[in-house]
Structures are given as C-alpha cells and as structure tokens.
Design a protein around this ligand. Sequence first.
Ligand SMILES: N[C@@H](CCC(=O)N[C@@H](CS)C(=O)NCC(=O)O)C(=O)O
Length: 223
Amino acid sequence: MAKDMTLLWGSGSSPCWRIQIMLEEKQLKGCNQKLLSFEKMEHKSQEVLDVNLRGQLPAFKCGKHILNESYAACFFLENQYKSQGTKLIPDSPDAQALMYQRMFETFTFSQKIADVIYYNYLVPEGERHDSAVQRNREALTTELKLWEGYLKKTDCCLAGKEFTLADVLVYPGVAYLFYCGLCRERYPALAKYYDGLKDRPSIKATWPPTWQGAPAQDVLKTI
Ligand SMILES: N[C@@H](CCC(=O)N[C@@H](CS)C(=O)NCC(=O)O)C(=O)O
C-alpha cells in the first residue's frame, strides 16, 4: 500500500514533517517522497497543484485519496494501519483525553508562534506597530508558560509515557521553536521534551535537512 502513496514535502515545514514521522511510525517505508524547494517556489508547480489546489505542502496522495491536511493524513494513516507499527491512539480514557486535548491546542499555539515569527510577512509595512509586536510576544510568552506547565506534569511524552498522535503532531512545532532560538534555560520542560524525543528513530530519520548545519537563528531568543 505504501507504494501507492506520494508525499510532496518541503524541508522545515511542520505539517510535512508530521506526515513523515507518521509514515515512519507506521512502518510505511515504500512511500514515494519528493522534496521540493519553497525558495524555488516549487510548491506552486503544476505537480503540486494537481494534488493540492492551494499550492501548498504537504501534498499527499494515498492511493486515490488526497489528504493534504496533516492532521487528516495522520488520523487516516493511524486508522488504516491500526495494527501496524506504533499504536498511536491509547485506549485508556485518561491518556486519550489528554492526547486529543493537547493535539488540538496546537492550533492556538501555532498561531501565536506565527504571529511573532511571521509578523513582518503577515502585516504590510505601514500597518506595523510596536505595540502589536509587543502584544504578540506577550501572548506567545503566556502560551509557552502554559506548555511548560503541561510538560512539567508529564513523563517523556505529551499524554504520559507512551508516544501518541499528540507527539507526532506537536513535536515538529516544538523543534521549530528551538530552531528559532527559544531559550532552553527559560523553558526547561520544553527543552527536556525536545531533547527526549530528538533521537527517536522516526524523528531522527526525518529531521529537516535544511536545519542540519544551519546557522543559529535568534528570532525567539528574547521571548
Ligand atoms: N493546512 C496544512 C498546512 C499547509 C501550509 O500552510 N503549508 C505551508 C508550508 S508549512 C505552505 O505550503 N506555504 C506556502 C504557501 O502557502 O504558499 C496542514 O496543516 O497540513
């Protein structure tokens, strides 16, 4: 079945990375994966538009099914390959509730990260205000403290001891924070979570190639 799958992806994109981690966890090794370049605007190529009408990555085809939304793709793969590879949805109501809660909280988390990192990209020159920049930074700080609190209470993973779909979906965003220079000392529980899963085979094997050996970023250094 994996031979029937095609993933067009871009390096450093959390949504793409989620699907790649998922493919590894479910041992779907034969998927045809093609790395495209955002810099060269390859995400706007006909090849992508044929699968993803928005001209965005990931563009993922699984047999006759198109699953360009990373959450949809990950849920689909987990459900289709329940008994293959890692079981990613726990049976226990406690762990399952926590998993769902954390994974859907990521939308808010990601938005706050984007509001800070992409401010200049999102807001046209002339409409930018220092007060808005400050507000976004404060909102992200509050959010980060919330996740610090969550992670202080868990074992290695977001929903307890077991690696679940919540980790597949949230980890790439956490890795991105540290790639952007988040201070490890100020956010020790996030750093511990980041370090703890860095060498998990599915994560290590799919680490964004453009991050390796890249110069340190500092956009989040003072958050
Ligand atoms: N909604 C998609 C994400 C799609 C998306 O925003 N992709 C970005 C890369 S992370 C992209 O292709 N951006 C280029 C563009 O929108 O032109 C998901 O969560 O899977």
